[in-house]
Design a protein around this ligand. Structure first.
Ligand SMILES: [Co+2]
Length: 458
């Protein structure tokens, strides 16, 4: 999920202390959100049993990655290893009974980055980020990433022109929930594990933040469409935010290649003590080295300047730091223990978005109080539902409908008017333009960074 640039108005040099979105950084209601998942290890050890469902840890060229040695497949008298179904419905806890979820792509920091000295104050802060080295935290995060990989694999193989966006979105959502083993129908269940934000299916000049809403005319996917598929998977509020672009016509290949390259360049440049402005400059340079010919006309691939990458905090998709795709003078540095969604968007249009009519989703403001006095009874009960099911996780109308809620729009408007809920609108570039997106979540750990959502697809 992309972050809208702070009041994009072309001014340079963002003040990052204000955060990328309207709501100021505030305390987050944690308390009840720390409950653990509960699934995890089932059954006894059955070594090597899961090899085929376990892509070897990917490493980049600079690393002596410990490539997992594939054991010769022995005929096991034990239960056959389970395989993912199609559509994906087998919980990962059954595919990985020992909880050894695949490691993402491990990248090592550039030497000059590694040698940068850290101050004592930062050391102190580092202690509070120890969880990024913690095994159970990593297991959960890697599990969420594997859910993302399995659901997107199915999506890439089965989504075809002629299908409606509503069914595509529901299939992705249902896959994520099934693989996590959390249907999200009981109060509190989707806070333990579930979707990280509304599944985005944005076509062509719709750059980001479109999701089908109930009761609206469905859109049929066309073979000429360029579709950004952006969905999130969370466990205990830690969100894997990853996105890719699908097209069915090779004419768009260069557009997709430009954006994929730009995102990978951003990932490569990300690191502890690295200035955000340096990451942005590298992203822009990679993206702008491409052009694409569509319908006999050549277009430069423009980095979209009104959306940014972002850091991720628990139950908080946009943590407060922004990574633009264009040059800027932001001296803010990335820090050890931080988690970033490195994403880029490229467009054949103006490279600037505006808000379209309609609603993508809603999110409880990070500084909203748990209890608000609201004049409308329907607003009060809606707020209770939001607190119980989403907290500060962004959600959409489909997710309310499946909980059985009806006629909640007046209540929602009240919550928005009182500033306790923010609305997100679709972001579009000029008509007739095409845009693409690729995105990965990366953990900046002490000795290396882990592109946790990396797969063999992107
Ligand atoms: Co994102």
């Amino acid at each position: 999920m992309g972050s809208k640039s702070p009041e994009y108005d072309g001014h340079k040099g963002q003040d990052n202390s204000n955060g990328p979105i309207e709501s100021p950084t505030g305390g987050m209601p944690r308390g009840e959100m720390h409950t653990t998942d509960g699934d995890g290890t089932l059954g006894d050890s059955d070594e090597g049993d899961d090899d085929e469902a376990h892509p070897a840890a990917l490493t980049n060229g600079t690393t002596n990655g410990q490539k997992k040695k594939r054991k010769p497949k022995k005929k096991s008298k034990k239960k056959a290893s389970k395989k993912q179904s199609s559509p994906p419905r087998v919980p990962l806890s059954q595919l990985f009974p020992q909880g050894n979820y695949p490691v993402g792509e491990v990248q090592h920091y550039e030497p000059d980055v590694e040698n940068t000295s850290r101050t004592t104050a930062e050391e102190l802060r580092y202690m509070s980020y120890r969880h990024l080295e913690d095994d159970s935290f990593l297991d959960d995060y890697r599990k969420a990433a594997e859910v993302h990989r399995q659901v997107r694999k199915w999506t890439q193989e089965h989504v075809k022109p002629g299908q409606g966006l509503m069914s595509i979105a529901e299939d992705i959502d249902d896959g994520v929930r099934a693989l996590l083993g959390h249907a999200g129908l009981e109060p509190g269940d989707s806070l333990k594990a579930g979707l990280g934000f509304p599944t985005g299916l944005s076509l062509n000049n719709v750059v980001a933040h479109y999701t089908p809403n109930p009761g609206q005319k469905d859109i049929t996917l066309q073979s000429s469409d360029v579709m950004k598929v952006d969905f999130g998977v969370h466990i205990n509020g830690w969100i894997v935010d990853s996105a890719f672009t699908m097209s069915f016509d090779p004419v768009y290949d260069n557009l997709l290649a430009a954006v994929k390259d730009a995102t990978n360049t951003g990932l490569k440049n990300a690191g502890i003590d690295v200035r955000i402005s340096d990451v942005s400059a590298a992203i822009q340079e990679a993206m702008e080295s491409y052009e694409v010919e569509i319908g006999g006309k050549t277009f430069p691939v423009k980095p979209v300047r009104s959306i940014t990458g972002h850091d991720i905090k628990q139950y908080r998709i946009h943590g407060g730091k922004s990574i633009p795709f264009v040059k800027n003078s932001d001296q803010t540095k990335m820090e050890e223990g931080e988690i970033f969604a490195i994403e880029t968007f490229g467009s054949t249009g103006r490279g600037v978005t505006y808000e379209d009519v309609g609603v993508y989703g809603y999110g409880k403001s990070y500084d909203a109080p748990r209890n608000v006095s609201l004049p409308l009874a329907s607003a009060r009960s809606l707020y209770k539902t939001i607190n119980e099911n989403f907290g500060t996780i962004v959600f959409c109308r489909r997710y309310l409908d499946r909980l059985g809620l009806k006629r909640y729009l007046a209540g929602m408007n009240t919550l928005v008017q009182h500033g306790v809920v923010d609305v997100y609108a679709p972001l579009v570039d000029v008509k007739g333009s095409y845009s693409a997106q690729f995105e990965h979540t990366v953990l900046l750990r002490e000795s290396n960074k882990e592109v946790i959502s990396r797969g063999d697809d992107y």
